[in-house]
Design a protein around this ligand. Structure first.
Ligand code: ATP
Length: 538
């Protein structure tokens, strides 16, 4: 008070010794004010006036008393208050804080309830700590996470109006800086679910090393993901790079930088081990088709890439349409406090695909059945899967004599031939694409009407991914699986997948014994009509 320049207080001397008790209470008051202030920081954003009004209503304190509480800010005067009024003020303040805290708690539980209902409606299952609310719409990417309008506009330009269920839940998880493993049906928009948060978090282009890595099991999928990334990042300077053979051939990659690098594990491992590529600054790592990446043939490569991404604050995520338990267990060993997001039932096929099983008797029977069905009705685009490149070549030879535009894709082709096969099928230049499992996962061919499993798939997961090339993004599709005597032992597993996604399965198939299934690739007779029915070829 001594230093107070206000003339109102001139001549007033404050004896600290005499009023020591009151003075100490005054100090306490200051602390409690600070406490209240801290608590109110936690409160949801509300204008001060609104807040005051609400509190006054809630407390129902008579106007006179409230006035006293408000007037106490004049420094020095409060020391003359009686201890009774002081404790009254303290109580009021404490009550206020408690009320705010309990209101906050109530609102928190209400929000949890709303989230649970919304997830139930969309068939989203989550587990983990403090899981952020699912998105109501894409606009929430701005209001909740500060997405730039320009970036949001790209979604609109791509024709994406509403987030899909996997996007609604996994995007907030990643945007909250949490690690995530996600499983959602084929064609349900997982690519956007991991690419978009990455672009939002990276914010702008930077030359600060390699900032994000997406691993895909095949070159075709890596190329497709690169293209999708670029579309979403339109208007930004982000350097989105596909790890090509040419890049890997460079002598030294220690100075290589880009914002997002998309690669197969083999090429990235090579670049890290032999060409000194530095992944220590990677902030985001995505393992797409994670269960494939965790298979025996690739796990070593994944392991060395994961180790090379040594940034302690890295955010890792795993995405796939199939997530076996062993992959989840493995994932947990490398992830920190991850959130698990499952859409629908784990390891089930998309319910937009009508599935059929056809007994073809023998290899010859398969070819006759296929040719007959093409003669009766061919509804392109059609994808045909075979178990090996040799068999893909054989079927291609058999079908290319027909008057239908057919293409083939397998690992014996050069990179350019593989790219051309995909591009021609996408552009409608070929109506039927014969392929091995190299394009069974992740490839997004718009509007594939029918997938034919000419050879029985080698696992239930392979079946789910193969038939998932059809019926994407809500469209309907069809899948036909031909089988012979050799496949009967494994029929039940496919039948289970079919019935889980609502398809009818003959009861004699559902009655077959369950079989533990590892890989099923029987030796099959070569594909040829052996000169029969040659008339049909002409
Ligand atoms: N919110 C959305 N609204 C409409 N279409 C969308 C949306 N998000 C993605 N898509 C489209 O859905 C299709 C499938 O998306 P995507 O390839 O990401 O599926 P996926 O879940 O990764 O499938 P898979 O498991 O086979 O890899 C794409 O053509 C994509 O453009």
């Amino acid at each position: 008070m001594k230093n107070d320049s206000s003339f109102l207080f001139s001549g007033l001397h404050f004896d600290r010794k005499k009023f020591a008790n009151d003075f100490s209470r005054f100090e306490e008051k200051k602390i409690s004010d600070k406490l209240v202030e801290d608590l109110s920081l936690v409160e949801s954003a509300k204008s001060e006036a609104e807040e005051k009004e609400e509190i006054e209503k809630e407390e129902k304190v008579p106007a006179r008393k409230r006035k006293r509480v408000v007037s106490e800010t004049v420094e020095g005067f409060n020391v003359f208050r009686s201890s009774k009024s002081e404790s009254y003020i303290m109580n009021v303040e404490n009550e206020k804080a408690e009320k705010r805290a309990s209101k906050k708690k109530r609102e928190f539980y209400r929000q949890l309830e709303r989230d649970a209902l919304f997830r139930k409606k969309l068939n989203i299952h989550v587990s983990g700590n403090d899981i952020p609310s699912p998105l109501q719409n894409f606009a929430e990417l701005s209001s909740r996470y500060g997405c730039e309008p320009k970036l949001l506009h790209n979604l609109e330009a791509l024709g994406f109006k509403e987030p899909t269920p996997i996007q609604r839940q996994s995007m907030p998880v990643l945007l909250s800086g949490r690690e995530c493993f996600a499983c959602a049906p084929t064609g349900s928009g997982k690519t956007l679910a991991f690419v978009f948060p990455m672009l939002m978090k990276l914010k702008h282009a930077s030359k600060d090393g390699i900032r994000a890595v997406i691993l895909c099991p095949t070159r075709e999928l890596a190329a497709q993901t690169t293209r999708e990334c670029k579309k979403m990042a339109k208007g930004y300077q982000f350097r989105v790079k596909l790890m090509t053979k040419q890049i890997v051939r460079k002598a030294d990659l220690s100075k290589f930088y880009c914002d997002i690098l998309i690669s197969t594990p083999l090429r990235l491992r090579l670049a890290v081990r032999k060409k000194k590529m530095d992944l220590s600054r990677v902030e985001y790592l995505v393992l797409d088709e994670s269960d494939k990446l965790f298979e025996v043939g690739l796990i070593k490569q994944i392991d060395s890439v994961v180790k090379a991404c040594s940034n302690p604050s890295i955010i890792r995520s795993l995405f796939s349409a199939t997530l076996p338990d062993y992959v989840e267990e493995l994932a947990r060993t490398i992830m920190y406090d991850a959130v698990r997001v499952i859409v629908g039932r784990k390891n089930t096929a998309s319910d937009t695909v009508k599935q059929k099983l056809i007994f073809a008797g023998s290899e010859e029977g398969k070819l006759l059945a296929l040719r007959q069905s093409f003669q009766e009705s061919l509804n392109p685009p059609v994808l045909i899967f075979l178990q090996s490149k040799e068999r893909a070549k054989e079927l291609y030879t058999e079908l290319s004599v027909f008057n239908i535009r057919v293409g083939v894709l397998h690992s014996d082709l050069s990179q350019t031939e593989r790219e051309n096969a995909v591009d021609d099928f996408r552009a409608g230049k070929t109506w039927v694409l014969i392929a091995t499992d190299v394009i069974a996962r992740g490839m997004d061919f718009k509007g594939v009407n029918c997938v034919i499993n000419y050879d029985f798939p080698d696992s239930a997961a392979a079946y789910i991914h193969r038939i998932g090339r059809s019926g994407r993004a809500g469209r309907s599709g069809e899948a036909i699986t031909l089988y012979t005597e050799e496949d009967i032992l494994f029929l039940r597993s496919i039948a289970n997948v079919m019935s889980a996604s609502g398809c009818e399965v003959p009861s004699h198939i559902m009655a077959l014994p369950k079989q533990k299934w590892k890989k099923h690739r029987p030796q099959r007779e070569s594909i040829s009509t052996n000169g029969k029915d040659l008339e049909a070829k002409k």
